[in-house]
Design a protein around this ligand. Sequence first.
Ligand SMILES: [Zn+2]
Length: 303
Amino acid sequence: MRKAAVLLGLLMIVGGLTSLHALDKVRVVTSLTDLKSITEEVGGDKVDVFAIATGFQNPHFVDPKPSYILKLSKADMFVTVGLDLESGWVPPLLNSARNARINKGGPGYVDASVGVALLQVPSSVNRGEGDIHIYGNPHYWLDPMNGKIIARNICDALCRVDPDNAALYQANLKKFDDRIDAKVGGWISAMKPFAGSKIIAYHNEWVYFEKRFGLTIVDFLEPKPGIPPTPSQLAKVIGEIKRDKMKVIITSPYFTAESAELVARNSGAKLVTLATSVGAEESIKNYFDLFDHNIAKMVESLK
Ligand SMILES: [Zn+2]
């Protein structure tokens, strides 16, 4: 009996050590699921990653919950899309978390946009009328080639906060880049027959996707980014769809269906919901799935 107890005690110690080891992982919090997916590709089993927003939430508007503050207060690294995408919710969360390691300028702070060739950068910053996208279009992760820049920024930070595993992170980064390069050609050629297709989008979040995959987005249901559709804007869009014989209106899981359905009904165009982030649908489990899904859906609806 005593031997059994000793053995049990030993097992508990070993078990304790194992879980201690698990805590040795780099604790990363990301604003979006796409950044989580890329961090997991680069970090492998050395990272424990939590994403604040779900894949079917509007990334501009997320409710800051106390549980996120707790996660951030213990994190070694924080990855943000940056620009003004999360300006309504990330700064208050970081302020409340009081964790110097992950604040701007800290070793664990990652602005994933560093090095990205931004599109639609306005000539002057204007916050009037509730404008968003004031530093340029922040939806850059929807071009898979920008995924490589994001991965590089994440790799640099992982190497800073956990230099012992730098070689592994760099090797994983190379694997990630190679896999993107291997996949992107297939995605581009799948879209090639539809090059120049004119479409309408709900929100101005597809410019990087549009540029990479040869689409032409003519107009948006929102009169301005972040401003809900107005009757006059919807009437204008219906006119444009009819004029250019457009087939497709793309929307995202977090927009209400009424306006988009009204436009579809009155114009004859098809309403297609694309995924803007990993986890938008059950089947989209990582950053590669995101493009597999969206390209398949676009090909299907433009045929
Ligand atoms: Zn936006």
